[in-house]
Design a binder for this molecule. Structure first.
Ligand code: FAD
Ligand code: SF4
Length: 514
C-alpha cells in the first residue's frame, strides 16, 4: 500500500469523495480504540452503536471493492493509542501517505495534527458532512462573541434556499413559528403518540469484547441494539419520522409525559446518532422533511417542518461554529463559578423528584433523552444548584447515544449551564417548578408539591430557582429579559424571601436526599 486512510468512528459517510474511485494501493483503517472508550465513561449502548456501525461500514466498503483493515479491541490492544497505531501501520506497510478526515473533536484533531512519522506525508481532508464549510466558519463566528442563532439560521435559510419564497422572503411570511408550537400533551393526545421504530441489531460479540477488555460503561442494554447503525436503517428511521412524527413534531417538541409507553421517544426523530456518526447527511434529512411537507401539506403544517429544519440547519450547524470559534478555552469556562459535585442520583435516577427520576432513568435505559429533558430538567437542576460544568460535560458526554464533544459541549456548558457567560444564550435557562408543570404531567405523581416554595413538600426547583436568581442578581438584573423576575421577588415580604432562601439552603445542604 502507498496510502493509509483513517476513518474515525463518527466519519461513516459513504458519500465521501474518498470512495469515488478504487485503488488497491489505498488501505482504509477503521479501528476500535481503548483511548476512545475510556476518555469518559460512556453508555454501553453508545459504545455498541459506534462499534457496530464501524464494523458494518468496514464490511460495506470491502463489498464495494476497497481495501479495508478493521481492527477490534482485540487487535488494537497492542497499540498504545491512535498515534502509535498509525505510526506502526505506516512502517509495517511502507506507507508514504497518511490521510485523515478532519476530526470534529478538538482533542482528536490536535492528536492527529501533532503526529509526525518518518518518511510519511500526512494530510487532512474535509469530512464533507456539514453545510457550512469549515473554512467559512470564521465568516459567521468569532471567539468569545455572542452570535444570535436566529440570525445565523436566517442566513443559512437564504444561502441554501430552504423554505423560501422567490422574493427572498421566508415561506409563509415568518421565519419562526414557535408561537404556534410548544404545546403540552392533553390526556386525549397521549393515545396517539406513535410507537418508536426500533431495530434489533445483534451486539453479543461486541458486549463480550467490552467485557474482555474491561471497558467501564454505564446504562442498560438488551440483547439487541435498537439504534440504527447503517444507512438502510437510518433511512428507514428518517422515513418513519417523516410519516409518523413530523406532523406533530413542532407542536409537542417541548412536551414531556410520564403517561405513555412511548414517553421517551414522543414525536422526536432520534436521528441524532445517525447524523452525528455521519451515516446521514444533514441536507438529506432536511430535504426529506421538506418534501414530506410538500407532498402532504394537509398533514404536515409549515410550523412543524420549519421547527424541525431549524434544529438541523440552525442549531446543529450553529453549535459547531461556536465550538470551533472558542476551543480550546471553551472547555474551561465557568462563568458562574459553579463548584458543586454531581449528586449521585444522576448515575441511578433514584430521587424523590419525579421529573428528574424520569429523565435520568430513561437516559440510563435508552441512552436518550429529548432536548427539553436535557435542558429544562437535568440541565436546569444542575444550573440552579451550581454543579461544576466539567462534571456536567462528563455526564452528558457519557450518557447520550449522540454525544460527541463538538455538539455536546456548547449545548451543556453553553446553552444549559451558562458557563460560557452568554456566548450562546442571552440568559440562563433557569426555571422553577412552574415551567416543568406547564410542559409535563410529572408533578402530579411527585412526592413534592409544585406550588409550594417552602415547607416539607416544597418542590426543590422553586426555592433553588430563587436562590440562583438572587445569588447572580448583580450579573443578571440588567438583562431586560430578566428584570421582571426581580421586581416580582422584591414584592415578597422579607419573611417570605427569607423562608424561601432558607429552604434552598436546606435542600442544597442535603442535596443527595432530594
Ligand atoms: P430531534 O428533536 O428530532 O431534532 C432533530 C435533530 O436536530 C437532532 O437529531 C439534532 O441533530 C438536531 N438538534 C436539535 N437540537 C439541537 C441542538 N441544541 N444542538 C445541536 N443539534 C440539535 N445533541 C447531540 O446531537 N449531541 C449531544 O451530545 C447533545 N448534548 C446535549 C446536551 C444538552 C445539555 C442539551 C440541552 C442538548 C444536547 N443536544 C445534543 C441537543 C439535542 O438535545 C439533541 O440533538 C436531540 O435531543 C437529539 O434527539 P433527536 O435526534 O430525537 O432530535
Ligand atoms: Fe419536578 Fe417539582 Fe414537579 Fe416534582 S413537583 S416533578 S420536583 S417540578
Amino acid at each position: 500500500y502507498h496510502t493509509l486512510r483513517l476513518i474515525l468512528g463518527d466519519q461513516l459517510n459513504a458519500h465521501h469523495s474518498w470512495y469515488k474511485s478504487k485503488d488497491d494501493g489505498v488501505l482504509y483503517l477503521i479501528a476500535e480504540l481503548k483511548q476512545e472508550t475510556d476518555y469518559v465513561v460512556h453508555h454501553v449502548q453508545k459504545v455498541c452503536a459506534f462499534f457496530a456501525a464501524m464494523q458494518g461500514f468496514a464490511h460495506a466498503l470491502r463489498q464495494a471493492g476497497h481495501q479495508v483493515l478493521h481492527l477490534t479491541l482485540d487487535d488494537s490492544q497492542v497499540y498504545q493509542d491512535l498515534p502509535d497505531l498509525l505510526t506502526q501501520l505506516c512502517q509495517q506497510h511502507s506507507i508514504s501517505q497518511l490521510q485523515f478526515q478532519r476530526p470534529d473533536e478538538y482533542r482528536l484533531r490536535q492528536q492527529l495534527l501533532n503526529l509526525q512519522i518518518d518518511k510519511v506525508d500526512i494530510g487532512e481532508w474535509d469530512c464533507e458532512h456539514f453545510l457550512v464549510p469549515f473554512c467559512e466558519l470564521g465568516d459567521y463566528f468569532a471567539p468569545n462573541k455572542h452570535v444570535l442563532m436566529e440570525g445565523f439560521y436566517r442566513k443559512l435559510r437564504k444561502r441554501f434556499n430552504l423554505l423560501m419564497e422567490d422574493d427572498g422572503k421566508p415561506l409563509g411570511g415568518k421565519w419562526n413559528y414557535d408561537a404556534q408550537n410548544r404545546n403540552k400533551f392533553k390526556p386525549a393526545d397521549l393515545a396517539n403518540i406513535p410507537a418508536p421504530l426500533l431495530f434489533d441489531n445483534p451486539i453479543e460479540e461486541i458486549l463480550a469484547r467490552l467485557k474482555r477488555h474491561q471497558i467501564n460503561t454505564i446504562g442498560e442494554v438488551a440483547e439487541h441494539l435498537p439504534w440504527p447503525i447503517n444507512r438502510k436503517q437510518s433511512l428507514a428511521l428518517l422515513d418513519y419520522f417523516c410519516q409518523h412524527c413530523l406532523p406533530n413534531f413542532g407542536q409537542f417538541q417541548d412536551a414531556m409525559t410520564a403517561h405513555s409507553p412511548h414517553q421517551w421517544s414522543l414525536y422526536h426523530s432520534r436521528l441524532s446518532f445517525a447524523l452525528n456518526a455521519k451515516i446521514l447527511h444533514p441536507m438529506q434529512v432536511i430535504q426529506a422533511a421538506i418534501s414530506a411537507f410538500e407532498q402532504r401539506p394537509e398533514h404536515i403544517s409549515l410550523a412543524q417542518v420549519e421547527g424541525f429544519v431549524r434544529q438541523i440547519l440552525g442549531w446543529r450547524e450553529y453549535v459547531r461554529g461556536v465550538y470551533w470559534a472558542n476551543m480550546p478555552h471553551y472547555s474551561e469556562l465557568n462563568s458562574l463559578d459553579a463548584q458543586r459535585a454531581l449528586p449521585a442520583f444522576y448515575w441511578h435516577g433514584n430521587t424523590k423528584m419525579n421529573c428528574m427520576g424520569h429523565a435520568i432513568k430513561q437516559s440510563l435505559e435508552t441512552s436518550y433523552a429529548h432536548h427539553i429533558q436535557r435542558l429544562m430538567i437535568t440541565g436546569n437542576f444542575a444550573l440552579l444548584t451550581g454543579i461544576h460544568p466539567d462534571a456536567m460535560d462528563e455526564w452528558y458526554l457519557g450518557i447520550y447515544i449522540d454525544a460527541i464533544e463538538w455538539v455536546e459541549m456548547p449545548n451543556t456548558r453553553g446553552m444549559s449551564q451558562f458557563a460560557d457567560g452568554g456566548i450562546i444564550a442571552t440568559k440562563p435557562y433557569a426555571a422553577s417548578g412552574n415551567y416543568i408543570n406547564k410542559m409535563s404531567d410529572y408533578c402530579k405523581g411527585c412526592h413534592y408539591q409544585v406550588k409550594q416554595r417552602d415547607g416539607e413538600y416544597a418542590c426543590p426547583f422553586n426555592s433553588l430557582y430563587w436562590q440562583f436568581m438572587i445569588k447572580h442578581r448583580e450579573r443578571l438584573a440588567n438583562n431586560p429579559r430578566i428584570g421582571m423576575v426581580y421586581r416580582n421577588w422584591d414584592k415578597q415580604t422579607p419573611e417570605q424571601q427569607q423562608s424561601i432562601l432558607a429552604q434552598a439552603q436546606d435542600y442544597l445542604a442535603n442535596i443527595e436526599d432530594l
